[in-house]
Design a protein around this ligand. Structure first.
Ligand code: MG
Ligand code: MG
Length: 263
């Protein structure tokens, strides 16, 4: 099913999007050397509850995971790229951390992910991975406008990743979002332009390019959830929820001014 949101629903989507973005910024600022992934999860839980919102993750039990996820945020360190299940790990200087969060407020969900380097060491290869996913996300958003097709977004994302020299895995990608977190249409991170569902105002999409430095192959961690690069190489992931408007796309998961500063 593909949902088209009305203006009242869009207003609620903006609220959910701002909340997701602000929580991610707060968690980024708290992700310092010595912080545990389980602490990040508990802080996220508190912020979701304080906002009167609902976690899209804690009870989530899709076919590709083992039982309910059980946590409030995805935390992927270094080779962990998707569905990173928080565990008893303490962040070290130079770790590449991905935080992925989806939350529903007043019945509408928003979904966003960020990758960044923890601490003060700035490994150029990690920075390049993150930069590629952010540029691919920007290109995907730029291709999202009424009348364009899903394939135009896929092509824009895939072209950036390809040019950056990273193999692209198309098992997991972006998706429609609205009253539930994962909906049609699927948005592959590579594809042919001019194909697929035609975009129209009121459609909400979560676009999410992700890469692994030297492989397209994923392996599932023994936790039954966390997807890692098969070679152990580093990975990155960037995601925004956008709304198709009459003239282009509005990013719903941008942090509000000052978010994270007081965290
Ligand atoms: Mg996500
Ligand atoms: Mg998503």
């Amino acid at each position: 099913m593909i949902e088209i949101l009305n203006p009242a629903e869009l207003a609620r989507a903006r609220e959910a999007g701002a909340l997701v973005a602000d929580i991610l910024q707060a968690m980024k600022s708290r992700s310092t050397v010595g912080t545990s992934l389980l602490e990040i999860d508990q802080w996220t839980k508190s912020m979701i509850n304080e906002a009167g919102a609902q976690s899209c993750y804690v009870d989530y039990a899709p076919s590709f995971g083992r039982g309910p996820f059980g946590y409030y945020i995805c935390t992927g360190v270094n080779d962990a790229v998707l569905h990173g299940r928080p565990h008893d790990y303490t962040l070290a200087d130079g770790d590449l951390l991905t935080l992925d969060l989806a939350v529903a407020k007043n019945g509408i969900a928003a979904d966003s992910a960020i990758s960044f380097i923890v601490g003060s060491s700035q490994d150029p290869e990690s920075a390049a991975l993150i930069d590629a996913t952010e540029r691919a996300l920007s290109a995907g958003i730029a291709a999202a406008r009424p009348g364009a097709r899903i394939g135009d977004i896929s092509h824009a994302i895939g072209s950036v990743l390809d040019k950056a020299g990273y193999p692209v895995n198309t098992q997991f990608g972006g998706h429609g979002i609205g009253s539930t977190m994962h909906q049609d249409p699927h948005v592959r991170n590579a594809g042919r332009p001019g194909r697929g569902f035609k975009l129209r105002p009121g459609l909400l999409l979560a676009l999410e390019p992700w890469v692994m430095a030297d492989t397209a192959e994923l392996v599932t961690d023994t936790d039954g959830w966390t997807l890692k690069s098969a070679t152990g190489c580093r990975t990155a992931h960037s995601e925004h929820t956008i709304a198709i408007t009459s003239s282009g796309a509005e990013i719903l998961t941008l942090p509000t001014a000052g978010a994270g500063v007081s965290a």
